[in-house]
Ligand binder design. Structure first.
Ligand SMILES: *Cc1c(COP(=O)(O)O)cnc(C)c1O
Length: 376
């Protein structure tokens, strides 16, 4: 018999397959028909089902979210020497494909109201770089950026928008799914995301021709000919039929996962928001987040490192907020527009364990440890 072990591991966010075993059913179908690779029914259906879920006309299933950003940049015509605006407060995977295209990132600050791209900093950046080719907007931690304001500015400037919704599958801005506002949107099914295929990504757009072109690039840019002929540089970026089967199963439990993430966030907020110096991530009226990670900032005597160390001692995972790109050794030579918001969020922010497998007991354990720091 297993007694309650207080040292049981609690993860930040880990893969959570459906209780019903949907994923295995789709994988089994792929095996039974020997449709292991390359493409097949699961890929086609996963694309169709995801596009339907988010309300986009078409989708291309790819090997990763990073690959999807790369092809989105190609699709909007970003090439050598072009300037691309990118939020500084994000995971490096948002920015790296700009470099793959030999383009130049300019990093844009966040604001405290959204934690995402500051429309004010974006406006300043347009003055400095009127010839910018594309803007990548990120919906960090499942919080939507203030997309209307950002879209207005981009439209005035006539510049393409790519939405990095890797962390925001299940998030709605004014009733519309994030990732479907821009010219292209991307999702990630990496292991720690709200649903996972073990690894994978999706490119979505209402531009069906653009998506068809992305599929062409993703399968080595094979021209229509009996022999192998290539008029363009190709990539091996297509999702496999087995992996897509996991995705189809996971999509069925997305709303359950969002509900659980929401209850985790509500629990932390109820229990911790009264503590001296604690402030939770923003809750804007137009935003219906997926609460991928529950995050807060600390401006009192207790610092993020105190929480992370106290939890780590009890075998519980937590994390700092993303370190801004303009502070990264690889990216610090590129321009940055804005003030100190993203640096402050990085200094003061902590991501709490937000694993959908957490029990009520696990949540109480986390809260008890954190509250303990205020009692010493
Ligand atoms: C996870 C993530 C990505 C990359 O997705 P992969 O599927 O891991 O390549 C891109 N942007 C953000 C903001 C992410 O969190």
């Amino acid at each position: 018999m297993k007694s309650e072990n207080v040292k049981d591991r609690i993860n930040l966010a880990s893969p959570h397959m459906s209780d019903e075993g949907y994923e295995m059913q789709y994988i089994k179908e792929a095996f039974d028909t020997n449709w292991i690779a390359p493409l097949g029914e699961n890929v086609n259906e996963f694309e169709r089902e995801l596009a339907l879920k988010v309300g986009s006309k078409s989708a291309a299933a790819l090997t990763s979210g990073t690959a999807a950003i790369h092809l989105a940049l190609k699709a909007v015509g970003v090439g050598e020497g072009d300037v691309v605006f990118c939020p500084t407060l994000t995971f490096s995977a948002t920015a790296n494909p700009i470099i793959y295209q030999n383009a130049t990132p300019v990093f844009i600050d966040s604001d405290f109201e959204t934690w995402n791209m500051s429309p004010k900093a974006l406006e300043e950046a347009f003055d400095l770089y009127p010839d910018v080719k594309a803007v990548i907007v990120v919906h960090l931690y499942g919080l939507s950026a203030d997309i209307d304001k950002i879209m207005d500015l981009c439209k005035k400037q006539n510049v393409a928008i790519i939405e990095d919704a890797a962390e925001s599958l299940g998030t709605y801005y004014k009733g519309q799914h994030t990732g479907t506002f821009g010219d292209y949107g991307i999702f990630s099914f990496n292991g720690n995301k709200i649903i996972t295929t073990s690894g994978g990504g999706m490119l979505v757009s209402n531009n069906e021709e653009g998506i068809a072109k992305a599929r062409f690039w993703a399968t080595q840019s094979r021209d229509q000919a009996r022999h192998y002929q290539h008029s363009e540089l190709g990539f091996n970026y297509r999702m496999s039929n087995v992996v897509a089967g996991i995705g189809r199963g996971q999509l069925k439990v997305l709303s359950e996962r969002v509900a659980k993430k929401n209850s985790i966030y509500e629990f932390y907020r109820r229990e911790l928001s009264e503590l001296e110096g604690v402030e939770f991530m923003p809750n804007n009226k137009w935003d219906l987040p997926n609460y991928w990670l529950s995050c807060m900032t600390l401006t009192g005597n207790i610092r993020p490192i105190d929480i992370m160390e106290a939890l780590e001692k009890e075998n519980i995972e937590s994390r700092p907020v993303w370190k801004p790109m303009h502070m990264q050794p690889f990216y610090e030579k590129y321009d940055f527009v804005g003030g100190g918001a993203s640096e402050k969020l990085f200094e003061d922010g902590v991501c709490l364990p937000s694993d959908t497998k957490m029990t009520d007991g696990d949540l109480e354990r986390v809260v008890r440890i954190i509250k303990g720091l205020w009692k010493d």
